[in-house]
Design a protein around this ligand. Structure first.
Ligand code: SF4
Length: 701
């Protein structure tokens, strides 16, 4: 009889903290407890509220445990009964692999392999689960390549353009800061393991300032909350830089030794006087001056920039401008100074060996396949031609809920001629449109390894329990499907340990032995003046961007969908489709314990916007624009400034109107990184009459 034991895993949800999670297993092999690893320098023994109850998720009676196919004649779409099982019947894995393999083969033969589109993102952040055997499979198939841009590429490109790599201040060093600027960063809501370091700094006298249009949990706990108008962060950062330069508060020596393009920057920021910036951002000129002076003189100051800032039409420019601030004042010289957006550049995985893009040459295409942007899925499913998308294979994602322009996405998913496979842990909004549903493992049920974007520890995640039911990992699924489709390359037989070795080369042994490896050289490289930019310095001015026809310096331009845009007279309110604090994007939204913490279903309004529309707190309202409409209850509680409304992401099937915030968002892309522009969305709001406050988006049955 096996003994009770503890297994070290890593939380694979899309979060900067990548916690080390200890799982207690009883004699029967069942997990009985999860806890944060006290020995991990950032996890420090605790888990967030989302994962502290993780066994509710793993052992949920709603888990998908067996492969299923759509019953003959069962229409695609949400079931009026609420019972997804009405539309599906169980099949064996053999039947499922045969069915999927045969359909993909036929579609490839009839329409070309590029008519098959994989759709995945960071629902699983394990390196192997995120992208390894799956990429090999789709490359060998010749399927369209997915441009995975939905979350972070505008900010990532911005950070890389300034520093050459995605690196920054390590969380443990925030404790030494004297001034902490949380810029579009809800640390308390979705980066909770940074919070104890912030609190330690504050106990030692540091000031916490939050710049965010929304009064987040973090803003409520801060010393100063600055509610900026959405999409105007570039102007604020340029204005701060102007004042810092004009008042001689910048670090001349650091700028001279470590930066490139200062003279051009100096000239570029001239128009951004405090008064001009005040008019653009809605922040008082005196506050802009105070902020710039405090930031430059409270040494060391540090910025926690998060990805909200770059989900705006000109979000790349905004992230670039903010990234330049610590270089201007030389705060990188001090422990506790600098900034953090993402640290994921610290982990040198060999993604080419893992993903094998060369296999595209062995596909029927015999060339690299076309690239389809995941933030334009609606377009891909309804308009793309030559060839049209005929098969969609979804894993690690829930596009019916999270992709922008939801009405177009759903129209596409409803197509009878689209064959859709979904590998999932639960029935989601996307499985409502699936032809085949395959059960997926949680991070407790498979082995993987993981970096992080919020700390510098590479970690091994052991398998803690046997897969529930017949759930299979991504690696197992795509390896077996490849074999079923006759792909004979040896790489499809690689085990998880083989893949770890291939990804890490000579570093694999150290990880397998130590389980956690600190990336010291990467953590210290900015302090040591190592920058992987073309100039070898921090780049205020980017010749590389100029060569691509992009702005070499970050320019402020209002988003097309903003109060300064052409459509503002029709749709005058700027909409923030926020992430829920207690869900992970759309993950966890179906669990009752998480729903209790979140209380979803509200749109936040300012009294000055609610009043003229005769809207009172708790009234049912419709939020609409030219793309769609959703129904929520109004909350008039001071969470947003005038001209801004905000609501959080929920599942469509759990929302009053049968759809969510993405019914309103557009497929427009960012200035850098081809990313989604969720936070550049204009809407209008109207009060619903009592008889209208019914479900007028009937499900299909
Ligand atoms: S979601 Fe983030 S904070 Fe929560 S356990 Fe996972 S990594 Fe840690």
């Amino acid at each position: 009889m096996p003994q009770a034991r503890t297994v070290q895993t890593v939380c694979s949800h899309d979060c900067p903290d990548s916690c080390s999670v200890l799982v207690t297993i009883d004699e029967t092999g069942k997990a009985t407890k999860v806890q944060g690893d006290p020995s991990h320098p950032v996890t420090r023994g605790f888990l967030c509220g989302k994962v502290a109850k993780y066994l509710d998720r793993v052992y949920s009676p709603a888990r998908l445990l067996y492969p299923m196919r759509r019953k003959p004649g069962a229409a695609k779409g949400r079931r009026a009964s609420g019972r997804e099982t009405d539309a599906f019947e169980p099949i064996s894995w053999d039947q499922a692999l045969d069915l999927v393999g045969e359909r993909l083969e036929r579609i490839s033969r009839e329409h070309g392999p590029e008519s098959i589109l994989p759709y995945s993102y960071a629902g699983n952040m394990g390196v192997l689960g995120y992208g390894s055997m799956d990429r090999r499979f789709f490359h060998r198939l010749g399927a369209s390549q997915l441009d995975r841009t939905i979350c972070a590429t505008a900010g990532a490109d911005a950070l890389i353009s300034v520093y050459g790599k995605k690196l920054g201040t390590e969380p443990e060093n925030f404790r030494h800061a004297r001034y902490i600027l949380a810029w579009a960063a809800n640390i308390h809501g979705n980066n909770i393991h940074l919070w104890p370091f912030v609190e330690e700094a504050r106990r030692n006298g540091a000031k916490l300032v939050v710049i965010d249009p929304y009064r987040t949990r973090t803003a409520r706990a801060a010393d100063w909350h600055i509610p900026i108008q959405p999409g105007t962060d570039t102007a604020l950062a340029l204005g701060m830089m102007r004042l810092i330069i004009e008042e001689g508060l910048y670090d001349r020596d650091y700028v001279e030794r470590h930066t490139h393009g200062f003279a051009a920057l100096h000239e570029h920021v001239q128009p951004f006087t405090p008064e001009h910036v005040a008019g653009l951002t809605g922040i008082a000129a005196a506050d802009i001056e105070l902020l710039a002076r405090e930031y430059a003189t409270h040494t060391p100051s540090v910025i926690r920039l998060n990805y909200g800032i770059q989900r705006s039409q000109n979000g790349g420019a905004a992230a670039r401008a903010v990234c330049m601030l610590p270089a201007l004042i030389g705060s990188w010289k001090h422990p506790g100074g600098g900034m953090q957006l993402s640290l994921s550049g610290a982990f040198p995985f060999d993604s080419t060996t893992l993903e094998r893009p060369d296999l595209m040459l062995a596909s029927p295409l015999e060339r690299p396949a076309r690239i389809v942007n995941m933030s334009r899925l609606g377009h891909a499913l309804t308009e793309l031609d030559s060839p049209p998308v005929k098969a969609l294979f979804v894993y690690n994602s829930n596009p019916a809920a999270i992709a922008p322009n939801q009405n177009a996405v759903v129209r596409g998913l409803m197509r009878d001629d689209l064959f859709t496979v979904v590998h999932e842990q639960f029935f989601t909004d996307t499985t409502d449109y699936a032809d085949v549903v395959l059960p997926a493992t949680t991070f407790l049920e498979h082995k993987d390894f993981q970096g992080a974007y919020g700390h510098y520890y590479l970690q091994l995640s052991e398998q803690a329990i046997e897969p529930l039911g017949e759930a299979r990992s991504n690696v197992a699924l795509f390896s077996q499907l490849a074999r079923r489709m006759g792909f004979s390359e040896a790489c499809f037989g690689d085990s998880v340990d083989d893949l770890i070795e291939q990804a890490l080369g000579g570093n694999a042994d150290e990880l397998l032995k130590k389980r956690r490896v600190y990336q010291q050289a990467a953590a210290e490289s900015i302090q040591h003046g190592v920058f992987a930019t073309p100039s070898g310095k921090i780049e205020f001015y980017s010749s590389a961007l100029a060569a691509q026809g992009l702005d070499p310096l970050p320019s402020y331009r209002p988003p097309d969908e903003s109060r300064r845009g052409a459509d503002a007279h029709t749709f005058p309110l700027e909409f923030l489709p926020r992430k829920a604090d207690n869900y992970m994007n759309s993950t966890f939204a179906n669990l009752p314990s998480h729903q209790k913490m979140e209380s979803p279903g509200f749109v936040m309004m300012h009294a000055s916007d609610a009043g003229p529309r005769q809207i009172c707190d708790q009234d049912w309202v419709e939020i609409y624009n030219g793309r769609g409409k959703i129904r929520l209850r109004a909350r008039v509680d001071g969470s947003v400034p005038a001209g801004v409304v905000a609501a959080s992401l929920n599942w469509n099937k759990l929302s009053a109107g049968g759809n969510n915030v993405n019914a309103l968002t557009s497929e427009r892309l960012t200035d850098l990184g081809r990313a989604a522009t969720f936070y550049s969305t204009l809407v209008e709001v109207r009060k619903l009459a009592p008889e209208e406050a019914q479900n007028h988006f009937p499900p299909i049955d």
